[in-house]
Design a protein around this ligand. Structure first.
Ligand code: SAH
Ligand code: SF4
Ligand code: F3S
Length: 479
């Protein structure tokens, strides 16, 4: 048995993969390190931008120094950079003992067993295209009210700047019954909110073709997919699932059938969508090969808002992509303003190996990228601020996730629109994992302060186990 630690560098998929790495290691008899230095350090990497790659190099550098004192310590590099670089990276960073790609997690225990016995360095980065495997990680969500569930892996888009199709391979879809079954089991163990995961989650196809497409679905529409049917199936088959989210949808698959599903299934299908747009300029969208125009993005969102009034929209934006002029960037700002995004993840364009955009050049100077990014953030801060302020005085349903990190006497959770809500002086109530109603009393910079409504407080007080405050006192005595 070895002790291990996992450090995660990437997106939600990467986080979910870390949960699965932990699961296969636990099943093989290893344990997450509780204190001291682990025998095995796993770095679950990302390669979406160059910075992510630099972070990995510096992390391996630091570990290599430790390894000189403790030669039996093993360094495992997993994730997208492992997939992208394979042996090349191992040659450059010889402190690495093992490298595994995102599709090779099941093979990790065997590879690790060899390495622990002093076997030679090994690299395993093979896509499971013919027989895709979808692992689950029940251990990771035990006692949590929220969980990720994978619906598909890989990406068939070819956005010219993006390395993901290269690091995650072609799209492979999980059986719809297996998805529903996993969610059912999660809900039985106490999970209340599930986020469906996929690189373009709404291009989902049902491999067994079991799902019946909604009447709104146009079978001739090349952008139509079985995703709306999957969402309907999940919410029908698992009535005790309170909330369903998904990330990240591609705008071209935000079809009438998915909009109809939002209309029919809100608020269990939450009133929030993260819909990456990347740019507000049609010229840029074309160079990025995003396969939609600005007007289409705006139009589809308008229809979604008509179907689900008040739905919030967040997005991803790349600034300083090849050839981006001031005018193109102004178009991005005007789009964000027009849509009123209430969450903007902005990134400076970072050229990636193997991507088509490499040939287009990286011609926007670094200081221009920085300036554009700060202007984008200033706008997004204003929009978030206005949005949060407008919620003061309203009532919101909050799924309480647990104590706030900064102030554990407060509890915190999310509204159906994805705002973070803190609930003060609630640590003596058994609120965790419950849906409560709060009145919003204050807007912070990126979150809200809400007080329990009287009905919610009464309900919580009658449900709160009497032992809890006592247990706290006991802890104080003990310390
Ligand atoms: N599959 C998701 C996004 C995956 S990557 C989607 O298509 O929506 C997350 C975000 O990273 C992207 O939305 C994009 O904004 C950003 N990104 C991807 N490649 C990048 C690059 N080369 N430089 C800068 N940002 C990039
Ligand atoms: Fe990358 Fe585009 Fe695929 Fe998203 S849709 S993962 S940005 S290629
Ligand atoms: Fe995610 Fe980074 Fe890979 S964003 S898919 S971990 S390149």
């Amino acid at each position: 048995m070895a002790t291990f630690d996992i450090r995660t560098f990437g997106c939600q998929m990467n986080v979910h993969d870390s949960e699965r790495l932990e699961e296969v290691l636990r099943r093989a008899g290893h344990a997450r390190v509780e204190a001291g230095e682990p025998d095995v350090v796993l770095l679950n990497t990302c390669s979406i931008r160059e910075k992510a790659e630099q972070k990995l190099r510096s992390e391996v550098g630091k570990l290599a120094v430790r390894k000189r004192e403790r030669p039996d310590m093993l360094i495992v590099v997993a994730g997208c950079l492992a997939q992208q670089e394979g042996e090349k990276l191992m040659k450059r960073l010889p402190a690495i003992d093992l490298m595994i790609g995102p599709d090779n997690i099941p093979e990790l225990p065997d590879l690790l067993a060899d390495a622990l016995l002093g076997g030679p360095p090994a690299v395993r980065t093979i896509f499971d295209v013919d027989a895709p495997r979808f692992l689950t990680a029940p251990h990771a969500v035990a006692g949590q009210p929220t969980a990720y569930v994978t619906t598909m892996k890989g990406c068939n888009e070819r956005c010219t700047y993006c390395i993901v199709p290269y690091t995650r391979g072609p799209e492979r879809y999980r059986d719809s019954q297996a998805i529903v079954d996993e969610i059912r089991v999660l809900v039985e163990t106490g999970v209340r909110e599930v986020t469906l995961l996929g690189q373009t989650v709404n291009s989902y196809q049902d491999p067994a073709d079991r799902l019946v497409l909604a009447p709104e679905a146009d079978p001739e529409d090349p952008d139509e997919s079985a995703f709306a049917a999957l969402v309907r199936e999940i919410l029908t088959a698992v009535p005790d699932l309170w909330r369903l989210r998904y990330t990240s949808p591609h705008p071209r698959h935000l079809t009438p059938s998915l909009i109809a599903a939002h209309r029919d299934l809100a608020p269990r299908l939450v009133q929030h969508i993260h819909l990456p747009v990347q740019s507000g300029s049609d010229r840029m969208l074309k160079r990025m090969l995003r396969r939609y125009r600005r007007a289409e993005y705006v139009d589809r969102l308008a229809k979604l808002r008509e179907a689900v009034p008040g739905i919030t929209v967040s997005t991803d934006i790349i600034v300083g992509f090849s050839g981006e002029t001031d005018e193109d960037f102004e178009a991005t700002l005007s789009l964000v303003e027009e849509v009123g995004h209430t969450g903007v993840f902005g990134f400076k364009y970072s050229p990636r190996p193997f991507t088509p955009a490499l040939k287009m050049g990286d011609d926007v100077p670094e200081e221009v990228k920085s300036e554009r990014l700060s202007r984008l953030f200033a706008l997004s801060e204003r929009l978030i601020g206005e949005h949060l302020k407008a919620l003061v005085g309203t009532r919101q349903q909050v799924l309480v996730e647990g104590p706030s990190k900064a102030r554990p006497e407060n509890m915190s959770g999310r509204s159906a629109r994805n705002e973070i809500v803190h609930i003060p002086d609630a640590s003596d109530l058994a609120l965790s994992h419950r849906m409560v109603e709060v009145e919003i009393v204050e807007a912070y910079k990126h979150s809200l302060l809400g007080r329990l409504t009287e009905a919610s407080r009464n309900e919580a007080e009658s449900a709160a186990p009497a032992v809890q405050p006592g247990k706290r006192r006991l802890n104080v005595v003990a310390s």
